[in-house]
Ligand binder design. Structure first.
Ligand code: FAD
Ligand code: SF4
Length: 338
């Protein structure tokens, strides 16, 4: 690991100032020369691999007293960015009112990682593309812009079938983000000019021609919280993976429904493991609204969710698998007892 400066931020202003002072927007290896440190389960890993090389680390853990709160009220839910994955997954009221959130966290990583890792760090984690994580491969547009993409003609079984570009096909690896995007969550961002909020759906950027730019956060900005309006007790997170624990999704679906007298009034469908960013399947959702659920509708919804999918040599199986995951998640959501 390379040497770096370590700073402990004792208040949000100090964190923002330390990050802004060190940040330069265009360092391709790091997207910024300073990185916030939360649980460290991704950042330290990537620094050891020499994939990320920040000159400075700003430890934001001292902010956890104010940034780790889990708050439920009549408007909905607010989750501090430094809340631990395990605490949110185990929260009884979140399990009841937002099972899609609780399960997206419970099915991620391992118990030890979830005890350490934070919500903010989770949504900001970087791709698990093995060519990105191994610096012996020169050609990775995300790590080394303009160098090509080793995965395109390489072993691309884990890669994305939606939202890809001819520059990058890396899949977004997290689980929690799919629950957030399905529930129309907002993300609260703390920066030099104070606090701003935006739809969570605007946080991640598809690779396009600049896969090295992964989010819309500006240098020095930090995620301080997430918010969801209303309650979503009829919601499901379903994940398929190569083994039952400690593994990233091959395909997942976050589904949230509002069903009254057997008719679907509102429907949310998001996909994980198959896309370059947390993916909302809006065309699929539109088919559900105002309808009664049956197997034929489920099949049409699943087809619509993957209508734009493009498989490559090793990952085409994800299209058929993803459709089955969407179908099963919908069936579970419709039949669950609430
Ligand atoms: P850190 O490592 O501290 O930070 C991660 C990144 O986010 C860094 O770039 C950091 O600078 C930035 N950051 C942190 N906090 C903020 C903030 N508040 N604002 C802005 N930027 C911030 N995840 C899943 O979802 N599903 C899985 O199945 C899964 N399996 C895993 C298996 C293994 C073996 C490992 C090692 C990880 C796995 N993970 C999985 C990823 C794990 O969940 C993440 O490493 C973790 O959530 C990151 O959180 P952290 O607090 O440790 O972040
Ligand atoms: Fe790099 Fe993206 Fe290609 Fe992976 S898929 S090698 S991250 S450019």
């Amino acid at each position: 690991m390379r040497s770096f400066q370590y700073q402990r931020a004792t208040d949000p202003n100090m964190a923002v100032q330390a990050l802004s002072a060190a940040a330069t927007a265009t360092n391709p290896l790091t997207q910024a020369t300073a990185q916030p440190l939360a649980g460290g389960t991704t950042l330290i890993d990537l620094m050891k691999l020499d994939v990320m090389r920040p000159a400075a680390i700003v430890d934001i853990n001292p902010l956890s007293r104010s940034w780790s709160a889990i708050e439920l009220n009549s408007d909905g839910l607010r989750l501090g960015a430094l809340a631990k994955m395990s605490d949110v997954a185990a929260h009884a009221e979140i399990q009841r009112s937002y099972p899609v959130i609780a399960n997206s966290l419970k099915l991620a990583a391992s118990a030890q990682l979830r005890n350490m890792a934070t919500l903010g760090g989770n949504v900001m984690q970087r791709t698990r593309c093995s060519y990105f994580r191994d610096i012996s491969y020169e050609n990775c547009n995300k790590r080394n812009p303009g160098s090509g993409c080793a995965a395109m003609d390489g072993f691309n079984r884990m890669h994305a079938v939606l939202g890809t570009s001819d520059q990058c096909i890396a899949s977004y690896p997290g689980d929690f983000a799919q629950a957030l995007i399905a529930l129309d969550a907002t993300v609260e961002i703390t920066g030099k000019s104070g606090i701003r909020s935006m739809p969570f759906a605007e946080l991640h950027k598809a690779p396009g021609n600049s896969p090295e730019i992964e989010t819309t956060l500006q240098p020095g900005e930090l995620i301080s919280a997430f918010a969801v309006r209303g309650r979503w007790p009829r919601s499901v997170y379903l994940k398929t993976r190569d083994r039952q624990s400690y593994e990233f999704a091959l395909s997942s679906a976050a589904v949230a429904l509002d069903v009254q007298d057997g008719t679907i009034r509102d429907a949310r469908v998001a996909l994980g493991g198959v896309a370059t960013v947390p993916w909302r399947a809006r065309e699929a959702e539109a088919l559900l609204k105002g309808r009664k659920f049956d197997d034929e509708l489920a099949r049409r919804v699943a087809d619509a969710a993957f209508a734009e999918a493009r498989g490559r040599r090793h990952n085409s199986f994800k299209i058929a698998l993803g459709k089955r995951v969407v179908t099963h998640a919908l069936q579970q959501a419709v039949t669950m007892e609430i």
